[in-house]
Design a protein around this ligand. Structure first.
Ligand SMILES: [Zn+2]
Length: 90
């Protein structure tokens, strides 16, 4: 876990806010509530690599086997990139 302000990992627990664990950064004093580790996603490089494999005719399952990224994730990337490629309707 990191401080949202200074990225320090010197975090101490600081009681509870309601039912949430409150934390305090020992470096800058910032208090914050731990946010559930949201799915960070993959880097642009990884995403582009998957899209490249897809465009080269690889199936989603094959890409999944190579990259160990779930095929539904790859499908959503493909959909996103296809949506981005669409001509704006005007
Ligand atoms: Zn801090």
């Amino acid at each position: 876990m990191q401080c949202p302000r200074c990225q320090s990992t010197a975090i101490s627990k600081n009681g509870f806010r309601g039912s949430k664990q409150n934390h305090r950064c020992r470096d800058c004093g910032r208090q914050f509530i731990e946010t559930p580790q949201t799915h960070r996603g993959y880097s642009d490089d990884v995403r582009e690599l998957c899209l490249k494999m897809y465009l080269n005719g690889m199936g989603f399952r094959a890409i999944e086997r190579v990259t160990e990224i779930h095929h539904t994730t790859i499908i959503s990337w493909v959909k996103l990139s296809e949506a981005a490629l669409e001509e704006p309707k005007s």
